[in-house]
Design a binder for this molecule. Structure first.
Ligand SMILES: Cc1ncc(COP(=O)(O)O)c(C=O)c1O
Length: 487
């Protein structure tokens, strides 16, 4: 059989990969027909002047993927029944770190390529202290389902495109009212842009306000996902240290501050240390922003769960100069897959943000926006938050007590006044990786705080999320941990 395969011996793509791709392409383009016999591995190796192992490797992959089949004693054939989708679709090249890409990437793609990270959930252990996990088992599903079905059946308008570029107007009104009551945010509903969570809010801010090379100040340690978005847009990142009163604003004075375009902060419960930005520092930060051509990006993460003292008003509500962009989300107070968050932007930026959102992904699903509107207006949101606050408070106290009881002077706990995680510094004779491994061996999942620092190194600091655990699990988890870490 005459089968032309061209190999590029100077390519960094391994030969077995090239043979595999050539044969697959020949099958998909019907140069090789279903049922047609292909050369033996020995014959093809001779023709191409490569080792037989190279051809065997390519054939094995084609066999396992269903492109080829072997008939015992007869040889290897193109599968008679190729799945339809293989014949009709263009093969998708899956980029892995070991395979150089054959396409020309944009600068954005290049930057992502340089910092590719595994998009996979953190491995689960029987007791995992995962951060950012709300107690989904307490979500009022029956009520949500009732509202969904009521709005679903009321009419069919929700099936169509929405007409509001900024998000469903009644929902914006409900959120603006809620933010005014709960967070002292001062905004008109027309300043709200509804987004697919905080993540999209940050992305839109980058698109509209940041050019590659622009500098952004961010807390150190700080929220890794935010840093990744900033980096993906080519921003230069300037770390600003954090202490027990939040980001150290006076450090801004020592920077070439005029070159900063944005400062990203998490004042309600600094991520990951959990410190709460004091009122004096809030005012200091706003005063600084007023004197510089720089906006404050306030991610009001975890503001709903404050356990001691009265909540401090959001920076946005204290600001007199439209120098704050405020971001909030329903991921933690309701559920993460809802994917509804919001931006409150200064009035002169509203139409730009609305367009950017519309161009990016049109809109959020209307049905969920309608349901959430009623959920807020009927008071269910605030009553759910109240209920969960006392639930999380109980879990938090159990965790703190268990840690102190077992680790005594070898533990320091940060950020326990708010949120659904604490940061814990453990003094042990193990490295951070060893602590995590030892914990995993007894079925306890731990996450290091390392990655959230600009200079990741062993500090013995771990983020203990407790939101989706119960008290018994917390006690058992800390007990197991104490045993393997030899307290
Ligand atoms: C600091 C911070 N902000 C926001 C979020 C929520 O992100 P999203 O609204 O995209 O779910 C998280 C999630 O863990 C977070 O840690």
């Amino acid at each position: 059989m005459d089968l032309t395969i061209t190999l590029d011996r100077h390519s960094s793509l391994p030969l077995h990969q090239q043979v595999y791709e050539e044969l697959r392409r020949a099958i998909l383009t019907r140069r090789l027909l279903p049922g047609q016999k292909v050369p033996s591995t020995r014959a093809l190796a001779d023709t191409l002047q490569v080792s037989r192992a190279t051809i065997t490797q390519s054939y094995d992959r084609l066999l396992s993927e269903g492109y080829l089949e072997t008939l015992v004693g007869s040889g290897t054939y193109v599968c008679v029944q190729l799945p339809d989708d293989l014949l009709h679709s263009t093969p998708v090249a899956v980029a892995t770190n070991s395979q150089p890409l054959r396409v020309q990437l944009s600068d954005y793609g290049d930057r992502l390529g340089q910092t590719l990270f595994a998009l996979q959930p953190s491995p689960m252990q029987p007791i995992s202290f995962r951060y950012g996990q709300p107690a989904l088992q307490h979500f009022p599903i029956a009520l949500w389902r009732k509202l969904l079905s009521r709005y679903c059946l009321a009419n069919s308008d929700w099936l169509d495109y929405g007409t509001d570029f900024q998000g469903y107007r009644p929902l914006r009104q409900a959120i603006a009212n809620y933010l005014g009551r709960a967070r002292a945010v001062r905004c008109h509903p027309d300043q709200l842009i509804l987004t697919n969570g905080t993540q999209q809010a940050l992305d839109l801010v980058m698109r509209l306000l940041i050019n590659p090379g622009d500098r952004i100040g961010i807390e150190d340690p700080g929220y890794l996902s935010a840093r990744r978005i900033f980096h993906s847009h080519g921003a230069g990142i300037v770390p600003i240290p954090v202490d027990e009163a939040g980001v150290i604003v006076e450090k801004l004075a020592h920077l070439d501050a005029n070159s900063l375009r944005l400062v990203y902060v998490t004042p309600s419960h600094q991520f990951p240390t959990g410190s709460i930005l004091s009122l004096s520092r809030r005012l200091e930060l706003l005063a600084w922003a007023q004197q510089h051509p720089c906006l404050i990006l306030e991610d009001d993460y975890d503001s709903e769960y404050r356990y001691q003292d009265r909540p401090i008003p959001a920076l946005q509500g204290l600001d007199q100069n439209h120098s704050v962009i405020y971001i909030g989300t329903f991921s933690k107070v309701l559920f993460p897959s809802l994917r509804i968050g919001y931006l409150v932007v200064p009035p002169d930026l509203v139409s730009l943000f609305a367009q950017a959102k519309w161009l990016s992904d049109r809109q959020l699903p209307t049905l969920e926006q309608q349901v959430l509107t009623e959920f807020i207006e009927a008071g269910h949101l605030e009553s759910h938050i109240r209920k969960m606050r006392s639930h999380y408070d109980q879990l938090r106290q159990t965790l703190v007590q268990a840690l102190k009881q077992h680790f005594r002077e070898r533990v320091m706990i940060f950020g326990e006044k708010a949120g659904i995680h604490v940061m814990v510094k453990l003094r042990t004779c193990w490295s951070d990786t060893e602590v995590i491994e030892r914990a995993a061996n007894v079925g306890v999942g731990l996450m290091s705080a390392q990655l959230h620092y600009f200079n990741p190194c062993d500090r013995g600091e771990f983020i203990f999320g407790y939101g989706d655990l119960d008290e018994a699990q917390i006690v058992e988890g800390i007990d197991c941990l104490a045993q393997v870490l030899g307290t």
